[in-house]
Write a new protein. Structure first.
Length: 305
C-alpha cells in the first residue's frame, strides 16, 4: 500500500514509519515545511489547508498523528494551539482526501482517552459517553472533524490513545530519572486510573486498524488493564529496584501545573480496549510489570512478589 502519514517526526511516527516500510509499504510523510518536501514527503500547509500533491499515484491509506503536545502549562494560548492543531487540520485533511479522484480506503486518526474526562473507577468502553472539560471537548471536536472523510466512504478509525510508554520520550522518559534516584512516588492520593499502552503495541494497533475492515469509528488504544497511579508507582519502583517513598500532594500538582495537573495528572480514566479484543487483537504487553521490564531492560526484583 501507499500510506500517507502525518506527525512522522513525533514519538509514534518515528517508530511507525520504519515498521510500515519493513512490511513492504510505500510511506509518504505530510510535512509542514517546503524544504522537507520531496520524493517521500508532501508539503501540507495546515494553516491554509493546502496540499502540494500531484496525484502521481493513488493513496491507499492515511495515518493522521499530528498535533500540539498537551504537556506544559495550559495558558489560553497553549490551549488554543492544542485545539487548533487538531481540529482544523484534521477537517482540512479529510476534505482533501474526500476530494481526490481515488480516495484512500482507510483513515486512521489519532484521538485520546481524554475523551472520557475524569471518571473515577468507572469502566469505560467505546460506547461510553464523553466527559466534561477541555480534553473531552477537544477530543469530541477532533473526532467530529473526520466526518468529511467518512461521508466520502472512507473507513475512519478514531484511535483513543492512552499514555504511551517508551523510554525514548513521553511520560516514562520523564519519570525514569527521578525514580532511579529514589525520588519517585504517587501523584495525589494515587487512586486515579492510568490507561496505558506501549509504543510498540500502539504501532501494531495502527497496523491492525489499517488492515482490518471490521474496525471503524472509535477504538480504545490501551492495554487490557488500566492501573491506579499508586500501582503504577509501585511497579515502576520494583522494576528499577528503587523505593518510592515520596508523593506529590494534589494541591502541589495544581500549583505547579495548573489545569494540566488537574485534567491530566489527577484525572482518572479506567479505559478498556473492548473493540480491539472483540476483533481478536493480541497485545504483546498486556501486563504493566512485564511491559516495564521489557522497555527498561531490567531484571525482575526479588521483592516483586
Amino acid at each position: 500500500m501507499t500510506i500517507l502519514v502525518t506527525g512522522g517526526s513525533g514519538l509514534i511516527g518515528r517508530r511507525l514509519i520504519p515498521f510500515l516500510e519493513q512490511r513492504g509499504h510505500r510511506v509518504l510523510r505530510l510535512v509542514r515545511s517546503r524544504d522537507l518536501a520531496g520524493e517521500r514527503a508532501v508539503y501540507w500547509s495546515t494553516a491554509e489547508g493546502g496540499f502540494e500533491w500531484d496525484e502521481s499515484g493513488p493513496i491507499d491509506a492515511v495515518v493522521h498523528l499530528a498535533g500540539e503536545s498537551i504537556l506544559g502549562r495550559w495558558t489560553g494560548a497553549k490551549k488554543a494551539r492544542i485545539r487548533d492543531s487538531r481540529v482544523d487540520p484534521t477537517r482540512n485533511l479529510c476534505a482533501f482526501l474526500a476530494g481526490l479522484a481515488s480516495p484512500p480506503s482507510v483513515l486512521v486518526c489519532a484521538s485520546a482517552t481524554g475523551f472520557y474526562g475524569d471518571r473515577g473507577d468507572e469502566l469505560l468502553g467505546e460506547a461510553s459517553p464523553p466527559g466534561d472539560g477541555f480534553l473531552p471537548e477537544v477530543s469530541r471536536l477532533w473526532e467530529a472533524a473526520t466526518e468529511p472523510a467518512r461521508d466520502a466512504g472512507i473507513r475512519v478509525v478514531n484511535l483513543r490513545i492512552g499514555m504511551v510508554l517508551t523510554p525514548e520520550g513521553g511520560a516514562l522518559a520523564a519519570m525514569r530519572t527521578p525514580f532511579r534516584l529514589a525520588l519517585g512516588g504517587k501523584v495525589g492520593d494515587g487512586r486515579q486510573y492510568m490507561s496505558w499502552i506501549t509504543r510498540d503495541d500502539l504501532v501494531s494497533v495502527i497496523d491492525y486498524a489499517l488492515e482490518s475492515d471490521v474496525l471503524a469509528g472509535p477504538i480504545n488504544a490501551v492495554a487490557p488493564k488500566a492501573v491506579t497511579n499508586a500501582e503504577f508507582t509501585r511497579t515502576l519502583g520494583r522494576v528499577l529496584h528503587r523505593p518510592t517513598p515520596f508523593s506529590v500532594p494534589a494541591f502541589a500538582v495544581r500549583l505547579l501545573f495548573g489545569q494540566m495537573g488537574s485534567d491530566l495528572l489527577l484525572a482518572s480514566a479506567r479505559v478498556e480496549p473492548r473493540r480491539l479484543r472483540e476483533a481478536g487483537f493480541q497485545f504483546e504487553h498486556a501486563e504493566l510489570e512485564a511491559a516495564l521490564l521489557a522497555l527498561l531492560r531490567t531484571k525482575p526484583s526479588k521483592l516483586a512478589h
